[in-house]
Design a protein around this ligand. Structure first.
Ligand SMILES: C[S@@+](CC[C@H](N)C(=O)[O-])C[C@H]1O[C@@H](n2cnc3c(N)ncnc32)[C@H](O)[C@@H]1O
Length: 264
């Protein structure tokens, strides 16, 4: 599975950066710095946005960026060709057994786990627990979307969008808005220390294009469900796209940090 547009990832990166919880980034960095090999494996790396924010918190770390999308991985390589501490691996995360995750002190991922299924996350957690590694999982969508200028169909559209978020995104039925709670409960049951922190997007006048693309994508997802008349979807889409310039929207996200009780 792919189709993660470079332009979309570039538009969201500044918002993601602003939204990420700083104390979890710092704790993740400290954990890596205290570990023996200082190795981080980033899953679904895209162009390397997790490296760009977490890297400064663990300046001596060795990174492996893994993604299925060759174009995004090449772009990551182009942006960081001077950095000797990064290797790049094109791989399908569904083939977890082939990823040598046991080499990681920390597994990281941003904006990934809401796309993944529960069995995938359980298998991954098993692998992470087996090597006493940590997990930094940022920017998991929570299902909450709040517009500051209401439309009568907002609730219905958001409900249907969240329904669509649970469809297969390449890993089996996706966790969608349940991702952070599922991660937290799996790692808590493994006796990990789990921290959750809100990392909402705030789309304001600095993010008009992203706001437009987001509501357009939301409407397309609802249309795909076939659960609402196309005319109604289009009316909402038209209203929301027109409003993007002057209104604000908050999209709920949550960062998760799960660390083993003992250092590797
Ligand atoms: C929403 S993007 C997030 C990218 C990056 N982590 C960021 O925050 O900018 C999800 C990423 O997961 C990758 N991805 C999706 N399914 C994958 C799979 N089965 N195997 C490897 N990578 C995958 C996509 O190519 C994309 O780069």
């Amino acid at each position: 599975m792919s189709g993660f547009d470079l332009h979309w990832l570039d538009l969201r990166e500044p918002l993601d950066k602003r939204a990420r919880d700083q104390s979890l980034l710092q704790k993740a960095g400290e954990f890596v710095q205290a570990s023996k090999r200082q190795t981080i494996i980033d899953l679904g790396s895209g162009t390397g946005s997790t490296f760009r924010v977490l890297g400064p918190h663990a300046p001596d770390a060795h990174w492996r960026l893994i993604d299925l999308d060759e174009k995004l991985l090449k772009e990551a390589e182009r942006r960081h060709f001077q950095d000797q501490n990064i290797t790049y691996q094109r791989a399908d995360l569904n083939d977890l057994a082939s990823l040598s995750l046991d080499k990681a002190d920390l597994v990281s991922a941003s904006a990934l786990f809401d796309l993944c299924s529960r069995p995938f996350v359980e298998t991954l957690a098993d692998r992470i627990g087996g090597s006493h590694s940590g997990l930094y999982a940022a920017l998991n969508y929570t299902g909450e979307i709040v517009f500051d200028t209401p439309h009568p169909d907002d609730d219905l559209m958001i409900r249907l969008f969240n329904h669509h978020q649970k469809s297969d995104k390449g890993f089996g039925p996706a966790l969608g808005p349940d991702a952070s709670n599922v991660l937290a409960s799996i790692f808590t049951n493994m006796d990990y220390r789990v921290d959750l922190a809100q990392s909402d997007w705030l789309m304001d006048e600095t993010a008009i294009e992203l706001h437009r693309l987001f509501v357009d994508g939301l409407a397309s997802a609802v249309a795909e469900t076939g659960m609402l008349a196309q005319g109604k979807v289009n009316e909402w889409r038209g209203f929301r796209v027109a409003q993007a310039e002057t209104s604000k929207c908050r999209v709920g996200h949550c960062d998760v940090l799960a660390l083993p009780q003992s250092i590797r």
